[in-house]
Design a protein around this ligand. Structure first.
Ligand SMILES: Cc1cc2nc3c(=O)[nH]c(=O)nc-3n(C[C@H](O)[C@H](O)[C@H](O)COP(=O)(O)OP(=O)(O)OC[C@H]3O[C@@H](n4cnc5c(N)ncnc54)[C@H](O)[C@@H]3O)c2cc1C
Length: 464
């Protein structure tokens, strides 16, 4: 069977790419290894409960009709009504460090005031930072930066704690490299989290996936689940055949892969990617989900999202042990401007985790793996209860996922949440009809991934 375009992976970026191409009458097929769509932002049922795999919040939130905003562009390009995602804005979020706390909402003035209060000697520099961010051109895909985010921030601010408090939410929500970020990525993340903001779909990630899947069907796209790509055959600089798990052999003018840069090149029969270690990420997470019998606010968990660090210096680096409990993210899905309270209060806690340790345990000693999950959960809670109230008396059910789970859902090497440390912004590979979209193109998060799918399909699939 021949297609105009085949898309590898039905994560957020893959589905968005599929919608965009099918909308312009291209014959498109998405091939997905998993039995559900969504990739890293999927969902599952357990003990009659519905859980999201990765959703804390949707970034880039702006009210309907906000001109020039990425979210507005997303709805316009996919021809989806704004209301369909049913986004409910956050209450407020916070960054908590020893003896310092800054808060932010979807109004950037709030953060400015919070910084003025906590770091009065840095407020003029902060205003300069915002001017820089607003004037930064992050649309040029092949722009090369000479500075990293940390190097740049060191020139702007003199207070290291403020630098780290700014980096904490942005690295946790979008850095594939340790203790730093690429400057362009920093600006994109800053805008999406600290200038625009957070929201949650009423029904969690299912709401977004339901809308995207419906749209993809409406525009005539084909979706094959549990039919991942096993092999790509090349002839010179072209991919000539796509082999699938169900032993189909397909052909396409264009192949867009959301499976990761290195993962994609590894699928090519007889091809050895150059410098593979350069494209191998390592930042992975453990996440616990605690279901509660009482509202989280009874225990003073009022923020939508809390980013925290309990050390003197913030470390965003691969965990030396199974997890690093000393920094993380606490997410309370009930703390959004919802129409009605959520059915069951939940607190999610994310910590950096070591892929290799978890993977070895899962492979060699399954009992120890489950034991370690419980042990790491307790360590994670113990650290959080140093600065937040203990909610364990209300816990009715817990689920925990590890870097192993992330690898299972996405295929990412090392369970690396944000994929390769080196991003391929143009999407190009050494093969003329094979491009990548999503995480390894450098557009992260749900909205970033969707925009990546849109822009890569516009660039390579809809050129006249
Ligand atoms: C714990 C956690 C919390 C997060 N929270 C948020 C959040 O609150 N807000 C937010 O915006 N983002 C969040 N993210 C990040 C967000 O989930 C991702 O950035 C985004 O979903 C990436 O989408 P993608 O399409 O690039 O890739 P992926 O989701 O990785 O999708 C790739 C797809 O390709 C498939 N695939 C791989 N190999 C093959 C193959 N050979 N053949 C066929 N299919 C294949 C995979 O199964 C997968 O479905 C979170 C991530 C994690 C881990």
């Amino acid at each position: 069977m021949h297609y105009d375009a085949i898309i590898i992976g039905a994560g957020m970026s893959g589905i968005a790419a599929g919608i965009r191409l099918a909308m312009f009458d291209k014959k498109v097929c998405i091939l997905e290894s998993h039995y559900v769509i969504g990739g890293l932002n999927s969902f599952y049922n357990m003990k009659a409960r519905k859980f999201d795999v990765g959703l804390h919040a949707v970034t880039n939130y702006v009210p309907r009709g906000t001109k020039g905003a990425p979210l507005t562009k997303l709805f316009r390009q996919l021809r989806i009504p704004y209301e369909d995602f049913k986004l409910k804005p956050q209450n407020y979020s916070e960054v908590v460090f020893p003896n310092k706390r800054i808060t932010f909402t979807n109004d950037p003035k709030h953060l400015e005031e919070s910084i003025a209060k906590e770091f009065p000697h840095q407020i003029d520099q902060y205003i300069k930072l915002i001017e820089f961010i607003l004037s930064y051109d992050n649309l040029t895909l092949d722009k090369v930066e000479t500075q990293t985010a940390r190097e740049f921030l060191n020139e702007v601010f003199t207070d290291q704690t403020l630098i780290e408090m700014i980096l904490c939410p942005l690295t946790y929500y979008g850095s594939a490299i340790e203790n730093d970020m690429e400057l362009g990525q920093f600006v994109t993340m800053y805008k999406s989290i600290l200038l625009e903001g957070f929201a949650r779909p009423d029904e969690g990630v299912r709401q977004i996936l339901k809308v995207l899947k419906k749209k993809y069907k409406e525009v005539g796209g084909e979706l094959k689940l549990r039919n991942g790509v096993t092999k790509l055959i090349r002839k010179n600089e072209l991919i000539t055949e796509i082999h699938t798990e169900k032993e189909e052999i397909l052909t396409a003018d264009l192949i867009i892969s959301s499976a990761g840069y290195l993962n994609t090149l590894n699928l090519i029969d007889g091809y050895e990617p150059q410098t593979p270690q350069k494209f191998t990420g390592m930042m992975s997470f453990m996440e616990s989900i605690s279901c509660l019998s009482k509202p989280q606010t009874d225990f003073n968990y009022d923020a939508s999202i809390t980013f925290f660090n309990t050390r003197e210096n913030y470390l965003y680096e691969d965990a030396k042990d199974f997890i690093d409990p000393c920094s993380g993210v606490i997410c309370s899905p009930g703390n959004y401007q919802l129409d009605k309270p959520i059915d069951e209060p939940v607190i999610r806690i994310t910590n950096i985790a070591n892929f290799k340790l978890w993977e070895d345990l899962k492979t060699n000693d399954i009992d120890k793996y489950y034991h370690q999950k419980e042990d790491s959960y307790q360590r994670s809670l113990k650290e959080v209860f140093k600065f937040k109230d203990d909610f364990t008396s209300a816990v009715t059910f817990t689920d925990i996922f590890t870097p192993h789970t992330i690898k299972r859902y996405t295929g990412h090497i090392n369970g690396a949440v944000y994929g390769s440390p080196v991003k391929t912004k143009t999407g190009k590979t050494p093969f003329d009809n094979l491009v990548i979209c999503g995480t390894d193109q450098g557009f992260l998060g749900i909205i970033g991934a969707i925009l990546s799918g849109i822009s890569i399909s516009n660039l390579y699939g809809l050129v006249k």
